[in-house]
Design a protein around this ligand. Structure first.
Ligand SMILES: NC(=O)c1ccc[n+]([C@@H]2O[C@H](COP(=O)([O-])OP(=O)(O)OC[C@H]3O[C@@H](n4cnc5c(N)ncnc54)[C@H](OP(=O)(O)O)[C@@H]3O)[C@@H](O)[C@H]2O)c1
Length: 276
Protein backbone atom coordinates (compact mmCIF):
# COMPACT_ATOMS: atom_id res chain seq x y z
CA UNK A 1 0.00 0.00 0.00
CA UNK A 2 1.57 3.35 -0.99
CA UNK A 3 1.76 5.14 2.37
CA UNK A 4 2.63 8.36 0.58
CA UNK A 5 -0.98 9.27 -0.34
CA UNK A 6 -2.06 12.14 1.88
CA UNK A 7 -5.59 13.54 1.91
CA UNK A 8 -5.02 15.59 5.01
CA UNK A 9 -7.37 18.59 5.29
CA UNK A 10 -9.85 17.13 2.80
CA UNK A 11 -13.46 16.13 3.42
CA UNK A 12 -14.94 13.03 1.77
CA UNK A 13 -18.49 11.67 1.63
CA UNK A 14 -18.93 7.96 0.88
CA UNK A 15 -22.35 6.39 0.23
CA UNK A 16 -22.88 2.69 0.92
CA UNK A 17 -20.12 2.82 3.53
CA UNK A 18 -21.69 0.14 5.77
CA UNK A 19 -20.38 -2.82 3.79
CA UNK A 20 -17.96 -4.14 1.17
CA UNK A 21 -16.35 -1.71 -1.25
CA UNK A 22 -17.78 1.48 0.31
CA UNK A 23 -16.57 0.50 3.77
CA UNK A 24 -13.06 -0.20 2.42
CA UNK A 25 -13.03 3.13 0.55
CA UNK A 26 -14.15 5.07 3.65
CA UNK A 27 -11.47 3.43 5.79
CA UNK A 28 -8.77 3.98 3.14
CA UNK A 29 -9.61 7.68 2.70
CA UNK A 30 -9.72 8.07 6.49
CA UNK A 31 -6.32 6.37 6.83
CA UNK A 32 -4.94 8.84 4.27
CA UNK A 33 -6.03 11.73 6.51
CA UNK A 34 -9.38 12.81 5.04
CA UNK A 35 -12.34 13.62 7.30
CA UNK A 36 -14.83 10.96 6.16
CA UNK A 37 -18.62 11.10 6.28
CA UNK A 38 -19.91 7.53 6.11
CA UNK A 39 -23.45 6.99 4.91
CA UNK A 40 -25.56 3.83 4.58
CA UNK A 41 -28.62 2.24 6.17
CA UNK A 42 -26.86 0.06 8.77
CA UNK A 43 -25.27 2.10 11.57
CA UNK A 44 -23.28 -0.55 13.47
CA UNK A 45 -20.64 -1.36 10.81
CA UNK A 46 -20.20 2.35 10.01
CA UNK A 47 -19.70 3.16 13.72
CA UNK A 48 -17.05 0.41 13.80
CA UNK A 49 -15.28 1.90 10.75
CA UNK A 50 -15.47 5.41 12.25
CA UNK A 51 -13.85 4.09 15.45
CA UNK A 52 -11.09 2.45 13.38
CA UNK A 53 -10.42 5.72 11.52
CA UNK A 54 -10.40 7.73 14.76
CA UNK A 55 -8.16 5.20 16.56
CA UNK A 56 -5.60 5.75 13.79
CA UNK A 57 -5.73 9.51 14.38
CA UNK A 58 -8.30 10.39 11.69
CA UNK A 59 -11.77 11.85 11.88
CA UNK A 60 -15.15 10.48 10.76
CA UNK A 61 -18.89 11.04 11.05
CA UNK A 62 -21.67 8.48 10.55
CA UNK A 63 -24.93 9.50 8.89
CA UNK A 64 -27.45 6.63 8.62
CA UNK A 65 -29.81 7.19 5.68
CA UNK A 66 -31.48 5.67 2.64
CA UNK A 67 -30.10 7.16 -0.59
CA UNK A 68 -33.54 6.83 -2.20
CA UNK A 69 -34.58 9.75 0.04
CA UNK A 70 -33.49 12.60 -2.25
CA UNK A 71 -33.76 15.49 0.26
CA UNK A 72 -31.82 13.41 2.85
CA UNK A 73 -29.06 12.73 0.30
CA UNK A 74 -28.88 16.41 -0.63
CA UNK A 75 -28.64 17.30 3.08
CA UNK A 76 -25.90 14.71 3.63
CA UNK A 77 -23.68 16.55 1.16
CA UNK A 78 -24.71 20.08 2.18
CA UNK A 79 -24.11 19.23 5.87
CA UNK A 80 -20.63 17.85 5.12
CA UNK A 81 -19.81 21.20 3.51
CA UNK A 82 -21.37 23.15 6.39
CA UNK A 83 -19.53 21.09 9.07
CA UNK A 84 -16.02 21.35 7.67
CA UNK A 85 -16.33 24.26 5.26
CA UNK A 86 -15.38 22.06 2.35
CA UNK A 87 -16.16 19.02 0.24
CA UNK A 88 -13.27 17.55 -1.76
CA UNK A 89 -14.27 13.96 -2.49
CA UNK A 90 -17.70 12.47 -3.18
CA UNK A 91 -17.90 8.70 -3.65
CA UNK A 92 -21.21 7.50 -5.09
CA UNK A 93 -20.86 3.83 -4.21
CA UNK A 94 -24.23 2.61 -2.84
CA UNK A 95 -25.58 0.01 -5.22
CA UNK A 96 -27.26 -3.35 -5.51
CA UNK A 97 -28.18 -6.07 -7.95
CA UNK A 98 -31.11 -8.39 -8.41
CA UNK A 99 -29.88 -10.89 -10.98
CA UNK A 100 -32.23 -12.99 -13.08
CA UNK A 101 -34.24 -13.13 -16.28
CA UNK A 102 -36.17 -9.99 -17.22
CA UNK A 103 -39.24 -12.10 -18.06
CA UNK A 104 -39.40 -13.47 -14.51
CA UNK A 105 -38.34 -10.39 -12.54
CA UNK A 106 -40.19 -8.22 -10.00
CA UNK A 107 -40.63 -4.64 -11.29
CA UNK A 108 -40.07 -3.40 -7.70
CA UNK A 109 -36.55 -4.87 -7.90
CA UNK A 110 -35.95 -2.84 -11.10
CA UNK A 111 -37.19 0.26 -9.27
CA UNK A 112 -34.77 -0.39 -6.41
CA UNK A 113 -31.78 -0.79 -8.78
CA UNK A 114 -32.74 2.28 -10.81
CA UNK A 115 -33.32 4.45 -7.72
CA UNK A 116 -30.14 3.42 -5.88
CA UNK A 117 -27.69 2.78 -8.73
CA UNK A 118 -28.77 5.63 -11.04
CA UNK A 119 -31.07 8.24 -9.45
CA UNK A 120 -29.19 8.48 -6.13
CA UNK A 121 -25.86 8.62 -7.98
CA UNK A 122 -27.15 11.51 -10.09
CA UNK A 123 -28.43 13.36 -7.02
CA UNK A 124 -25.09 12.72 -5.25
CA UNK A 125 -23.16 14.08 -8.25
CA UNK A 126 -25.31 17.21 -8.48
CA UNK A 127 -25.15 17.94 -4.75
CA UNK A 128 -21.37 17.43 -4.78
CA UNK A 129 -20.86 19.76 -7.76
CA UNK A 130 -22.81 22.50 -5.98
CA UNK A 131 -20.87 22.00 -2.72
CA UNK A 132 -17.48 21.85 -4.45
CA UNK A 133 -18.23 24.98 -6.46
CA UNK A 134 -19.29 26.80 -3.28
CA UNK A 135 -16.04 26.04 -1.46
CA UNK A 136 -13.94 26.33 -4.64
CA UNK A 137 -12.54 22.85 -4.11
CA UNK A 138 -10.16 21.02 -6.37
CA UNK A 139 -12.57 18.12 -6.09
CA UNK A 140 -13.10 14.56 -7.25
CA UNK A 141 -16.41 12.82 -7.78
CA UNK A 142 -15.96 9.06 -7.89
CA UNK A 143 -18.72 6.88 -9.29
CA UNK A 144 -18.60 3.14 -8.67
CA UNK A 145 -19.70 1.46 -11.87
CA UNK A 146 -18.93 -2.17 -12.82
CA UNK A 147 -17.38 -4.29 -15.52
CA UNK A 148 -21.03 -5.11 -16.27
CA UNK A 149 -21.01 -1.75 -18.07
CA UNK A 150 -18.46 -3.14 -20.54
CA UNK A 151 -20.88 -5.85 -21.71
CA UNK A 152 -23.85 -5.33 -24.02
CA UNK A 153 -25.99 -8.03 -22.40
CA UNK A 154 -25.56 -7.57 -18.65
CA UNK A 155 -29.25 -7.32 -17.73
CA UNK A 156 -31.06 -4.58 -15.84
CA UNK A 157 -28.20 -4.26 -13.34
CA UNK A 158 -25.79 -3.87 -16.27
CA UNK A 159 -28.12 -1.26 -17.78
CA UNK A 160 -27.87 0.79 -14.57
CA UNK A 161 -24.07 0.64 -14.79
CA UNK A 162 -24.13 1.63 -18.50
CA UNK A 163 -26.11 4.63 -17.25
CA UNK A 164 -23.43 5.33 -14.62
CA UNK A 165 -20.74 5.36 -17.34
CA UNK A 166 -22.82 7.67 -19.54
CA UNK A 167 -23.54 10.06 -16.64
CA UNK A 168 -19.90 10.12 -15.56
CA UNK A 169 -18.60 10.78 -19.08
CA UNK A 170 -21.21 13.49 -19.65
CA UNK A 171 -20.29 15.22 -16.38
CA UNK A 172 -16.58 15.02 -17.26
CA UNK A 173 -17.35 17.20 -20.29
CA UNK A 174 -19.70 19.51 -18.36
CA UNK A 175 -17.05 20.10 -15.68
CA UNK A 176 -14.01 20.61 -17.92
CA UNK A 177 -13.83 24.30 -16.98
CA UNK A 178 -14.39 23.61 -13.26
CA UNK A 179 -11.80 22.30 -10.83
CA UNK A 180 -13.80 19.08 -10.43
CA UNK A 181 -12.65 15.79 -11.91
CA UNK A 182 -14.88 12.78 -12.59
CA UNK A 183 -13.54 9.30 -11.84
CA UNK A 184 -15.29 6.14 -13.04
CA UNK A 185 -14.30 2.93 -11.26
CA UNK A 186 -15.33 -0.41 -12.78
CA UNK A 187 -14.69 -3.32 -10.40
CA UNK A 188 -14.87 -6.97 -11.43
CA UNK A 189 -16.15 -9.69 -9.09
CA UNK A 190 -15.60 -9.16 -5.36
CA UNK A 191 -16.97 -11.22 -2.44
CA UNK A 192 -19.21 -8.73 -0.62
CA UNK A 193 -22.84 -8.45 0.47
CA UNK A 194 -23.55 -7.45 -3.12
CA UNK A 195 -24.32 -11.15 -3.63
CA UNK A 196 -27.12 -11.06 -1.02
CA UNK A 197 -29.84 -11.26 -3.71
CA UNK A 198 -28.15 -14.05 -5.66
CA UNK A 199 -29.44 -17.64 -5.66
CA UNK A 200 -28.40 -19.18 -2.28
CA UNK A 201 -27.46 -22.47 -4.01
CA UNK A 202 -25.01 -20.56 -6.24
CA UNK A 203 -23.53 -18.81 -3.19
CA UNK A 204 -23.23 -22.07 -1.29
CA UNK A 205 -21.42 -23.58 -4.31
CA UNK A 206 -19.07 -20.60 -4.44
CA UNK A 207 -18.37 -21.00 -0.72
CA UNK A 208 -17.72 -24.72 -1.20
CA UNK A 209 -15.25 -23.94 -4.05
CA UNK A 210 -13.41 -21.77 -1.55
CA UNK A 211 -13.50 -24.55 1.06
CA UNK A 212 -16.15 -22.82 3.23
CA UNK A 213 -18.84 -25.38 4.10
CA UNK A 214 -20.34 -23.85 7.30
CA UNK A 215 -22.34 -21.34 5.27
CA UNK A 216 -26.15 -21.18 4.82
CA UNK A 217 -26.90 -18.05 2.75
CA UNK A 218 -30.41 -16.58 3.04
CA UNK A 219 -31.56 -14.62 -0.01
CA UNK A 220 -31.78 -10.87 0.68
CA UNK A 221 -29.84 -11.06 3.93
CA UNK A 222 -26.30 -9.85 4.54
CA UNK A 223 -23.58 -12.46 5.01
CA UNK A 224 -21.44 -12.53 8.15
CA UNK A 225 -18.13 -10.66 7.79
CA UNK A 226 -16.29 -13.83 8.96
CA UNK A 227 -17.64 -15.79 5.97
CA UNK A 228 -16.74 -13.07 3.46
CA UNK A 229 -13.31 -12.73 5.04
CA UNK A 230 -12.81 -16.52 4.68
CA UNK A 231 -13.93 -16.58 1.04
CA UNK A 232 -11.86 -13.58 -0.11
CA UNK A 233 -8.34 -14.96 0.44
CA UNK A 234 -9.30 -18.46 -0.67
CA UNK A 235 -10.52 -17.13 -4.01
CA UNK A 236 -7.99 -14.38 -4.50
CA UNK A 237 -7.04 -15.63 -7.97
CA UNK A 238 -10.56 -15.02 -9.29
CA UNK A 239 -11.90 -12.32 -6.95
CA UNK A 240 -10.58 -8.85 -6.21
CA UNK A 241 -10.93 -7.45 -2.70
CA UNK A 242 -12.75 -4.31 -1.54
CA UNK A 243 -9.30 -2.99 -0.52
CA UNK A 244 -8.07 -3.33 -4.14
CA UNK A 245 -10.84 -0.98 -5.25
CA UNK A 246 -10.22 1.37 -2.31
CA UNK A 247 -6.56 1.63 -3.34
CA UNK A 248 -7.59 2.62 -6.89
CA UNK A 249 -9.91 5.30 -5.47
CA UNK A 250 -7.17 6.67 -3.17
CA UNK A 251 -4.80 6.86 -6.15
CA UNK A 252 -7.33 8.60 -8.41
CA UNK A 253 -8.41 11.23 -5.86
CA UNK A 254 -4.83 12.08 -4.92
CA UNK A 255 -3.92 13.01 -8.50
CA UNK A 256 -3.31 16.72 -9.13
CA UNK A 257 -6.23 18.60 -10.68
CA UNK A 258 -4.54 18.79 -14.11
CA UNK A 259 -4.44 14.97 -14.22
CA UNK A 260 -7.75 13.16 -14.58
CA UNK A 261 -7.55 9.47 -13.70
CA UNK A 262 -10.82 9.14 -15.57
CA UNK A 263 -11.49 5.40 -15.63
CA UNK A 264 -10.11 2.47 -13.68
CA UNK A 265 -11.05 -1.18 -14.25
CA UNK A 266 -10.11 -3.31 -11.23
CA UNK A 267 -9.95 -7.03 -11.98
CA UNK A 268 -8.45 -10.06 -10.26
CA UNK A 269 -5.49 -11.86 -11.83
CA UNK A 270 -7.73 -14.46 -13.44
CA UNK A 271 -11.13 -13.71 -14.97
CA UNK A 272 -14.25 -15.49 -13.82
CA UNK A 273 -17.61 -14.38 -15.18
CA UNK A 274 -20.18 -14.02 -12.39
CA UNK A 275 -22.42 -11.93 -14.67
CA UNK A 276 -22.01 -8.81 -12.56
N1 LIG B 1 -19.17 -6.88 -5.35
C1 LIG B 1 -18.99 -6.87 -6.64
O1 LIG B 1 -18.67 -7.91 -7.23
C2 LIG B 1 -19.14 -5.59 -7.45
C3 LIG B 1 -18.63 -5.57 -8.76
C4 LIG B 1 -18.75 -4.41 -9.51
C5 LIG B 1 -19.37 -3.29 -8.98
N2 LIG B 1 -19.88 -3.33 -7.71
C6 LIG B 1 -20.52 -2.11 -7.20
O2 LIG B 1 -19.88 -1.72 -6.00
C7 LIG B 1 -20.78 -0.95 -5.19
C8 LIG B 1 -20.72 -1.46 -3.75
O3 LIG B 1 -21.16 -2.81 -3.74
P1 LIG B 1 -20.54 -3.90 -2.73
O4 LIG B 1 -19.99 -4.99 -3.55
O5 LIG B 1 -19.69 -3.27 -1.72
O6 LIG B 1 -21.91 -4.46 -2.09
P2 LIG B 1 -22.45 -4.44 -0.57
O7 LIG B 1 -21.45 -5.07 0.32
O8 LIG B 1 -23.81 -5.02 -0.62
O9 LIG B 1 -22.54 -2.89 -0.23
C9 LIG B 1 -23.53 -2.06 -0.81
C10 LIG B 1 -23.68 -0.81 -0.01
O10 LIG B 1 -24.71 -0.01 -0.59
C11 LIG B 1 -25.61 0.37 0.46
N3 LIG B 1 -26.98 0.53 0.00
C12 LIG B 1 -27.73 -0.29 -0.76
N4 LIG B 1 -28.95 0.23 -0.91
C13 LIG B 1 -28.99 1.39 -0.21
C14 LIG B 1 -29.97 2.37 0.03
N5 LIG B 1 -31.20 2.28 -0.48
N6 LIG B 1 -29.64 3.45 0.80
C15 LIG B 1 -28.40 3.56 1.33
N7 LIG B 1 -27.42 2.67 1.15
C16 LIG B 1 -27.73 1.59 0.38
C17 LIG B 1 -25.54 -0.77 1.47
O11 LIG B 1 -25.92 -0.27 2.73
P3 LIG B 1 -26.90 -1.10 3.72
O12 LIG B 1 -26.68 -2.54 3.43
O13 LIG B 1 -26.45 -0.67 5.08
O14 LIG B 1 -28.24 -0.66 3.40
C18 LIG B 1 -24.05 -1.08 1.43
O15 LIG B 1 -23.34 -0.21 2.28
C19 LIG B 1 -22.15 -1.08 -5.86
O16 LIG B 1 -22.42 0.10 -6.59
C20 LIG B 1 -21.98 -2.27 -6.80
O17 LIG B 1 -22.83 -2.18 -7.90
C21 LIG B 1 -19.77 -4.47 -6.93
Amino acid sequence: MPASISLSGKTAVVTGASSGIGRAIAERLGAAGAHVVLSGRSSAPMEASAKKIEAAGGSAKVVPMDVRDIPALQSLVADALADKGRLDIMVNNAGLSYPGAIADAEPEHWRDMLEVNVLALLVGCQAAIRAMRECKAEGHIVNISSIAALRRDSGVYGATKHAVNCITNTLRQELEDDTIRMVNIMPGAIATNFARNFDPAFLKGLGAMAGVTDFEPVQGEKMPDEILEKIQPLMQQVLSTPEDVAEAVAYAVSAPINVNVSEVVVRPGKSMDFSI
